[in-house]
Design a protein around this ligand. Structure first.
Ligand SMILES: NC(=O)c1ccc[n+]([C@@H]2O[C@H](COP(=O)([O-])OP(=O)(O)OC[C@H]3O[C@@H](n4cnc5c(N)ncnc54)[C@H](O)[C@@H]3O)[C@@H](O)[C@H]2O)c1
Length: 368
């Protein structure tokens, strides 16, 4: 054990994410002080953790004694002031800038100088939130993916002010609780949503253009990236409303990232996509569909590389472990080669009047 080790964390917000993060942490030996303004949410989170731990016992992954000890590591608290013993505090309240800013302002005085502070925001900028933290050098993003109790991926997001040692400490803790951290710089959509959003968005454009139905486009994604669950089915899991919100968040990046008309309609109505009928086998999917999905993802990934938001290997880990792409984008581009990748991205770049990413020149050795 070193002094740098994170043994106790505080979590603010015991909803979907806070409760999942707490469960992952206690299951791997970290003590958790959990705060929510709703006592009911705290009760629900404690119940969810206990039932997760009981399932781990049934599956033979934990002994009864280990599960009981893990359950005891989760301690609900009544006030932000009770989080003072934390080595790291993770904020997971509603996705609302002013609310988060207020939480950070209230929190800063309650913590020791060396306590790390993290936000689980999906769409806000770490640098914008950092302005509300008393020592921004100890502040970073820890973006967990749902369901956080089991999804291995966490984007560890450095803001401009984040201290390198603070980031290393957070990375080490993520590994200690069994996660696969993805190192990235603060940017719209961080590393994974930056290409996941254009992927689902391009799928809807194909539908809007009448080129295929949802089931066939989902099958095309299987051909493109080896996914078991295609872009329409996955939107139904995360909810079209949430997907639209994530895509709208990328608006500052230009027209290529703007939401498809069908996605706006479906997202605003928060209606699931109908996925009906028997799609063709994967070998018989129209190649144009596969090309468009690959082209859209490749543009976003090459731009991520241009902007040095994340390394190619980390982007592929995110695709593999958070999105279940069995053919992750950087490895796939290297396999297809520069000429083929250029042919896939050029029509979309022309359509959206976007300049070619300079990383195109590195295709073939992105992962070297
Ligand atoms: N749900 C997802 O799939 C997902 C994935 C990654 C990141 N996120 C992000 O995680 C954060 C939380 O999302 P969620 O889905 O868990 O939300 P949620 O609505 O399930 O939970 C939010 C919780 O915050 C509590 N809360 C609100 N204001 C509070 C305050 N001032 N003090 C203490 N508690 C307060 C609420 O009572 C609620 O229990 C958001 O920033 C979201 O964007 C969500």
């Amino acid at each position: 054990m070193t002094d740098n080790e994170i043994r106790t964390i505080g979590i603010i917000g015991a909803g979907t994410m806070g409760s999942g993060i707490a469960t992952a942490a206690v299951a791997h030996g970290t003590a958790v002080l959990l705060f929510d303004r709703s006592a009911e949410q705290l009760d629900n989170a404690r119940r969810a953790a206990r039932s997760f731990l009981a399932r781990q016992v049934e599956k033979g992954r934990l002994s009864e004694a280990e599960a009981a000890a893990a359950g005891d590591r989760l301690r609900p608290v009544d006030a932000l002031g009770d989080l003072g013993a934390s080595d790291l505090v993770i904020e997971a309240v509603f996705e609302d800038f002013d609310l988060k800013a207020r939480v950070f302002e209230d929190l800063s005085g309650e913590l020791a100088a060396e306590t790390l502070i993290a936000t689980n925001t999906s769409c806000l900028r770490v640098d914008d939130l950092a302005a509300h933290v008393s020592r921004p050098e100890r502040f970073l993003g820890l973006h967990f993916f749902s369901p956080a109790a089991v999804n291995p991926v966490v984007e560890v997001v450095s803001g401009k002010a984040s201290d390198a040692a603070a980031v290393e400490r957070a990375l080490a803790w993520c590994r200690a609780i069994g996660k696969r951290p993805i190192r990235c710089r603060d940017s719209w959509g961080f590393a994974i949503n930056r290409f996941f959003c254009p992927y689902t968005n391009e799928a809807v454009r194909l539908l809007d253009e009448g080129l295929a139905d949802t089931a066939t486009i989902d099958r095309a994604a299987e051909a493109a990236f080896g996914v078991g669950v295609g872009p329409f089915a996955v939107q139904n899991i995360i909810k079209p409303r949430i997907n639209l919100h994530a895509i709208r968040n990328l608006a500052p990046l230009g027209a290529f990232y703007a939401p498809a008309d069908g996605l706006v309609a479906q997202g605003e109505a928060d209606r699931p996509w109908p996925i009906e009928g028997e799609p063709p086998p994967v070998e018989a999917v129209p190649p144009q569909l596969v090309d468009r999905l690959q082209g859209a993802v490749f543009i976003a990934v090459l731009e991520l590389l241009d902007e040095a938001v994340a390394a190619a290997a980390d982007i592929d880990d995110g695709a593999r472990f958070a999105l279940r792409f069995t053919r992750p984008p950087c490895a796939l581009m290297d396999e297809l080669g520069a000429a083929r990748v250029a042919a896939l991205v050029q029509p979309l770049l022309a359509r959206h009047d976007r300049k070619a990413p300079t990383s195109l020149a590195r295709v073939g050795s992105l992962l070297v």
